[in-house]
Design a protein around this ligand. Structure first.
Ligand code: MV4
Length: 503
């Protein structure tokens, strides 16, 4: 088969640009990189067949400039553009600009991006399509309207920005007296962040799991799902660890939420790879939260478990190909985990730590996939996301994937910048993580995981304490029966951590 495109431009940088270049080269597609002044020596520039400068370091003057990128596509003769994630990947004007210029955008139609980008519209669309959404409201005109809507829904409620996503501008409201002030805050933040002050309300789901379903749709209207990813280990809406399958999902539940995700994708005319984010409440109910109309950072865990290449599928679908498999042919095998290796200091609130990487040693061996975007000698710029690499391990079951991750993290060395490696290594030994007991408040409840690596004893002791607490809890549950509310007080180490021995 001839390649679907002669030449493809990658409108991105870092590990995802490298990831897309790798897929292209395997497919026999020539690649065009673009780079800012801070990325002259970046890995994606070295790997691509051609590379073009697009401006100064700030992304607003380089990677976000659709005009410059379309100009490079025309000059270089690229017939397709892959946007990666972030930057222009969910910008429907960019997708339209590609269409108008006769260049194939490797992603969904701009109409689908726009429909899902508007959260109030997306809720309406999903409700019509029979997809479960969290009980909530339409757009709210003022605080009075919000009070009425909240009364109907019942407290606690969550204020969200319609143009938002990823958590920005959200406010939890626990009682009516708090609502007017929080409404004004949410509206103001929505206006300043998104230029659209529309806000709405949802019932607040407490301690949810973040579970998302990968879908793949072709232009003929066929759509399949590729199971779920659990992304509950995150901090301030930045995911840190993802895995597939979720420890709490069995085959029947997978089929159910998979069908829900396919309905969501079909309802907005989706084409390409996309992700339907869901919340799972403590009672096991699932709700549509939002759809990400792009390739996601954590796509490799799905690739490992389902044995396919999502980037190649995206490129083939963009060229008009039909889905190469049916839902029955999609069978999960084993378990995969991803750790996002970031140049940040977990003991200092994940403060960015850009600078020169003096040396780097990547792990390898059975079941290890290392998707990197940097090398020893590269200077991590201050201007962009500080993710250096993704470390992904596969195992026949979750235990093996976790053990391989711990071993691979022990092999990985990055000198010169602070990283999350030691943090990830502690998580792999943490009894609650090992038990698969995950939720979006996990890191708030286990602050010992963020302890400084300067004194390894502190975190060792804290983890032992957590292990003791964990097994005591198990014992007391087995004695009093599951489901009995816990009356335990926070343990001494946890109280200590709250009063600040972390810093
Ligand atoms: C929620 C929620 C609880 N209830 N919606 C956060 C990001 C944005 N996509 C939506 N988010 C949430 N929406 C209702 N009705 C809790 C969150 C949330 C969250 C979701 C996924 C992963 C991490 C999170 C951390 C805090 C809050």
């Amino acid at each position: 088969m001839p390649p679907p495109f002669d030449k493809l431009l990658i409108a991105n940088r870092g590990e995802i640009a490298v990831r897309v270049i790798r897929a292209c080269h395997e497919m026999g597609i020539r690649t065009v990189a673009v780079y800012s002044e801070a990325d002259r020596d970046a890995l994606h520039v070295r790997y691509a067949h051609e590379a073009y400068p697009i401006g100064p370091p700030p992304s607003s003057e380089s990677y976000l400039r659709l005009d410059k990128i379309l100009d490079v596509a025309k000059r270089s003769g690229a017939s397709a553009i892959h946007p990666g994630y972030g930057f222009l990947s969910e910008n429907d004007d960019f997708a339209r600009g590609c269409r108008d210029a006769g260049i194939v955008f490797v992603g969904p139609p701009p109409e689908a991006m726009q429909a899902m980008g508007d959260k109030v519209r997306a809720r309406e669309l999903m409700t019509k399509a029979g997809v479960a959404v969290v009980p909530g409201s339409g757009p709210l005109p003022d605080a009075k309207g919000a009070i009425a809507a909240a009364k109907a829904i019942g407290y606690p409620v969550l204020l969200k920005a319609s143009a938002g996503g990823g958590g920005k501008g959200m406010r939890v409201v626990r009682s009516e007296s708090e609502l007017p002030a929080l409404f004004a805050q949410a509206q103001g933040e929505a206006r300043s962040s998104f230029g659209d002050e529309t806000v709405f309300l949802e019932k607040y789901v407490e301690r949810p799991r973040h579970i998302e379903v990968q879908v793949l749709a072709d232009a003929s209207g066929d759509c399949i799902h590729l199971g779920e990813r659990e992304c509950s280990i995150q901090r301030r809406h930045q995911k840190l660890i993802e895995e597939s399958p979720s420890p709490v999902i069995d085959a029947a539940t997978r089929a159910g939420i998979g069908a829900m995700a396919v309905r969501a994708a079909k309802a907005c005319g989706y084409v390409s790879a996309g992700t339907v984010e869901m919340l799972r409440g403590a009672d096991g109910s699932f709700y549509f939260m939002e759809m990400n109309t792009r390739l996601q950072v954590e796509h490799p865990v799905t690739e490992m478990v389902y044995g396919l290449d999502l980037v190649k599928s995206m490129i083939e679908i963009a060229a008009g190909a039909k889905l190469p498999f049916t839902q029955d042919e999609i069978v999960p095998r084993g378990h995969a985990i991803e750790c996002r290796i970031v140049a940040e200091d977990p003991s200092r609130g994940f403060m960015p730590s850009p600078g020169l990487i003096r040396a780097l040693r990547a792990p390898s061996g059975p079941g290890v996939r290392y998707d990197g975007g940097v090398y020893g000698g590269f200077t991590v710029p201050v201007h962009y996301d500080p993710m250096l690499a993704k470390l992904i391990t596969w195992g026949g079951d979750r235990r093996e994937a976790v053990a391989r991750m711990a071993r691979a993290l022990d092999e990985l060395r990055v000198d010169g910048v602070k990283t999350s490696i030691a943090f990830h290594r502690r998580v792999m030994s943490h009894p609650s993580f090992v038990a698969g007991d995950l939720h979006t408040g996990f890191l708030d409840e286990h602050p010992e995981l963020l302890a400084s690596g300067d004194n390894p004893w502190l975190s060792e002791i804290a983890i032992l304490a957590a292990a003791v607490a964990h097994f005591r809890r198990l014992e007391s549950i087995s004695q009093r029966g599951a489901g009995t509310p816990s009356t335990e007080r926070p343990s001494a180490w946890r109280r200590a951590s709250r009063s600040g021995w972390r810093s």
